[in-house]
Ligand binder design. Structure first.
Ligand SMILES: [Zn+2]
Length: 415
């Protein structure tokens, strides 16, 4: 205590800020843990499949309008090519504007579901110090489901057959024009571009699945840094620190090659610090419900970091050091199985790679295996590996691209 008195004022300020900074970061990690641990109490329980459509979204928005009352404004900002409404949700009165849009690719709904949970958390915790802070320091501008026609068909492209994320310059699709006009209307400081990626990307060459991949997109071919992109990198670092608490090293970095036609790259160029969030894969989570939870917890935690300015102290190195997304992962590899040919005499030893896919048949949509590679697959990783040594399978069952029953494979290789 007496020693403290001998410190000069600037040193006192330094220590005060240091302690304050540590306290804010600690507070934020506590907040994200609370969000994660209490998720079941505020998520929308009746959303259990990725195939919810525009009509479902509108139902949930009605529920949220009632529960949030004055805290939310919902404005129809346009319509899709097939005349489905595209809506902007606005919350908060703060000067820092945070813009986010989900599902510009119709079959990428994970973040849309996470955003609905996030809004439900806000409605149930209006008076908590964290939510009050977020709503007083920031303005949240949210477009959920930017491509409702694609969502209706569960397809990437719009109903006009265009990949909206290659339409940022020509702006031929009504949906792309809505996104551009909304960005220009608010000129937000921060943006989150919310997508899904193939669930079989791994983190670097370690073979661990990438549950979320992040990117602070480049705004030029040289991939230079400026104030706008550096802020995006800090936000990506902050998000990484939040998520690593729950998924360790399962965060990947998305390729930052400049794509002149994409929205993320251009919005960064237009002056909004953008982070791309790609929802990837997780074992036994075909419907991506766990990843939906990570979107909700991650975004809300980062909003709090923005509201308290805590993210500004986070080093860009956390983001820079994330290993790149790599495509060397299968769902299942059966190692060194014996494959028997129909002549009954010849056989080979081979690894068999199987991915689990949604298959549409008259009974509806079912998850089945597809044979995606056969041979020496020793350089690849898998979410699950079975030892096939000493077990044999008929060659006709493991032809490339064949659909197989996982149960049948289990009977052969795991009994
Ligand atoms: Zn996408």
């Amino acid at each position: 205590m007496t020693r403290f008195l001998f410190l000069n004022n600037s040193m006192k300020t330094f220590f005060f800020l240091l302690v304050l900074g540590m306290t804010t970061q600690l507070a934020n990690s506590q907040f994200s843990k609370t969000l994660f641990n209490s998720y079941d109490s505020y998520k929308f329980n009746d959303i259990s499949t990725r195939r919810f459509k525009h009509a479902d979204l509108m139902n949930y928005l009605e529920i949220l309008k009632k529960s949030l009352g004055d805290l939310i404004q919902v404005e129809q900002i346009g319509s899709s090519a097939e005349n489905r409404s595209i809506n902007l949700l606005m919350l908060g009165t703060g000067k820092m504007k945070i813009f986010m849009w989900s599902q510009m690719h119709g079959d990428e709904p994970t973040a849309t579901m996470g955003l609905l949970d996030l809004l439900n958390y806000i409605s149930k915790n209006k008076n908590s110090s964290e939510i009050k802070k977020i709503l007083s320091e920031t303005t949240l501008l949210i477009i959920p489901m930017l491509n409702p026609d694609g969502a209706e068909r569960f397809q990437r492209r719009t109903s006009q057959g265009i990949d909206m994320n290659r339409d940022a310059l020509r702006l031929q699709t009504p949906e792309a024009r809505i996104l551009k006009a909304t960005r220009d209307r608010f000129n937000p400081e921060i943006g989150f571009n919310l997508h899904d990626q193939d669930p079989r990307y791994s983190v670097g060459d370690k073979g661990t699945v990438a549950v979320i991949s992040l990117l602070a997109p480049a705004y030029n071919v040289e991939k230079s840094d400026n104030v706008v992109r550096t802020r995006a990198k800090k936000l990506a670092s902050e998000l990484t620190l939040v998520l690593q608490q729950f998924v360790d090293n399962h965060i990947g970095k998305y390729d930052d090659t400049f794509e002149p036609r994409a929205f993320g790259d251009n919005i960064q160029k237009w002056g909004t610090s953008v982070v791309l969030i790609e929802s990837g894969g997780w074992k036994d989570d075909n419907e991506k419900m766990f990843i939906r939870k990570l979107n909700c917890v991650g975004l809300l935690s980062v909003f709090h970091s923005i509201a308290t300015n805590a993210y500004e102290k986070t080093s860009v190195d956390v983001y820079e050091n994330i290993p790149m997304n790599t495509k060397n992962l299968f769902d299942l590899i059966i190692e060194k199985a014996t494959i028997l040919f129909s002549d009954g005499r010849s056989s080979i030893i081979a690894d068999i790679a199987v991915n689990v896919e949604e298959i549409h048949d008259p009974s509806g949509t079912v998850w089945k295996g597809r044979i995606v590679d056969v041979g020496d697959l020793s350089v690849f990783s898998a979410n699950e590996k079975w030892n096939g040594t000493g077990r044999s399978i008929d060659a006709s069952l493991v032809e490339m691209n064949d659909i197989v029953s996982i149960e049948e494979l289990k009977n052969i290789f795991q009994k």
